[in-house]
Design a binder for this molecule. Structure first.
Ligand SMILES: Nc1ncnc2c1ncn2[C@@H]1O[C@H](COP(=O)(O)OP(=O)(O)OP(=O)(O)O)[C@@H](O)[C@H]1O
Ligand SMILES: Nc1ccn([C@H]2C[C@H](O)[C@@H](COP(=O)(O)O)O2)c(=O)n1
Length: 226
């Protein structure tokens, strides 16, 4: 596809803080529309995991950027592969959540991961979730959503999610980790988590998953008719 053809492919960009429901809602919107889906956070998680395995410090910007160029990543049938190995669960640990947020502060790493994220833009459309989808990766997205909920509601959602998976969890610790990660993601110098001026704010503290999905589908229909 030429660059012009690619930029005609509609993108729904969904940004927001940790555990706001971006992934859950974005995947359902993608399924409803028959669009592709990009979990950009997973890419930062993979970079953090690969660095840990190769003994590269999460503070070593140059080595991380070099590593990013060499990553052999594949997303297939709900699984994530790194160098041919399934790492879907390995990137979801609390250690890797923190690592992803730490490696993501480095501009050189972010630049190295930009083309990979943009390559997910394919017909008939893409739903992309992360922190800088609307501001940096797809600034021309047709629909931009800033999805959020109070920190307390988000911590409870994450707590419930972990307990349902049979993982021991402590609500106070989850709230603390989530606030630390949000602060790092929002305060970094490059591509911080922030609402794009042209994004719609969707506060989901009092919304169900279905209601959030419906709201985004309504917005995307309205934007498609513009
Ligand atoms: N509107 C909602 N109402 C209730 N629960 C929700 C809602 N949206 C998402 N959830 C639940 O909250 C949990 C966290 O959602 P999810 O993992 O999609 O968040 P996320 O923003 O992608 O998180 P992270 O950025 O940490 O990857 C999931 O268990 C999900 O089912
Ligand atoms: N577009 C993105 C996506 C993610 N990150 C960083 C910051 C997050 O704390 C971390 C993990 O993301 P999650 O899987 O929780 O969505 O990755 C980013 O900087 N930019």
């Amino acid at each position: 596809m030429t660059d012009m053809q690619t930029s005609a492919v509609p993108v729904i960009a969904i940004d927001g803080p940790s555990a706001s429901g971006k992934g859950t809602v974005a995947q359902r919107v993608a399924k409803a529309l028959g669009y592709h889906y990009l979990d950009s956070g997973a890419i930062y998680r993979i970079a953090a995991l690969a660095a840990l395995r190769r003994g590269i410090s999460w503070q070593d910007e140059a080595a991380l950027a070099k590593l990013a160029q060499e990553l052999d990543i594949c997303f297939l049938d709900d699984e994530i592969y790194l160098d041919g190995e399934i790492i879907t669960e390995a990137v979801r640990t609390e250690e890797i959540s923190r690592g992803a947020s730490e490696v993501a502060v480095h501009p050189a790493l972010r630049r190295a991961l930009l083309n990979l994220q943009q390559s997910f833009r394919k017909a008939p459309g893409l739903v992309a979730d992360g922190r800088d989808m609307a501001t940096v990766v797809f600034p021309d997205a047709q629909t931009k959503i800033f999805l959020t909920a109070s920190a307390e509601v988000r911590a409870e959602r994450r707590y419930k999610q972990l307990i349902e998976k049979g993982i021991h969890a402590n609500l106070a610790e989850i709230l603390q980790d989530l606030q630390t990660r949000d602060a790092r993601d929002s305060q970094r110098a490059v591509a911080p988590l922030q609402k794009s001026e042209s994004a719609r704010l969707l506060e989901t503290s009092d919304l169900s998953i279905d209601q959030a999905v419906e709201a985004i589908l309504d917005y995307s229909r309205a934007d498609a008719g513009k």
